[in-house]
Design a protein around this ligand. Structure first.
Ligand code: ZN
Length: 47
């Protein structure tokens, strides 16, 4: 079995309908990843 260290290249960023940041990454070998980040931009003290 051949293995190599994946290099995650950012392939794109998007914002879902729920307001989450969706990051697409991929390696040159073809492996892909999708990571979602919850963006908590709520500030209760903001007017
Ligand atoms: Zn790879």
């Amino acid at each position: 079995m051949s293995q190599h260290v994946h290099v995650r290249l950012r392939a794109g960023l998007a914002v879902s309908e729920d307001g989450e940041l969706v990051e697409h990454s991929r390696c040159r070998c073809g492996e892909t990843w999708v990571r979602t980040y919850r963006v908590d931009d709520t500030d209760p003290e903001r007017e």
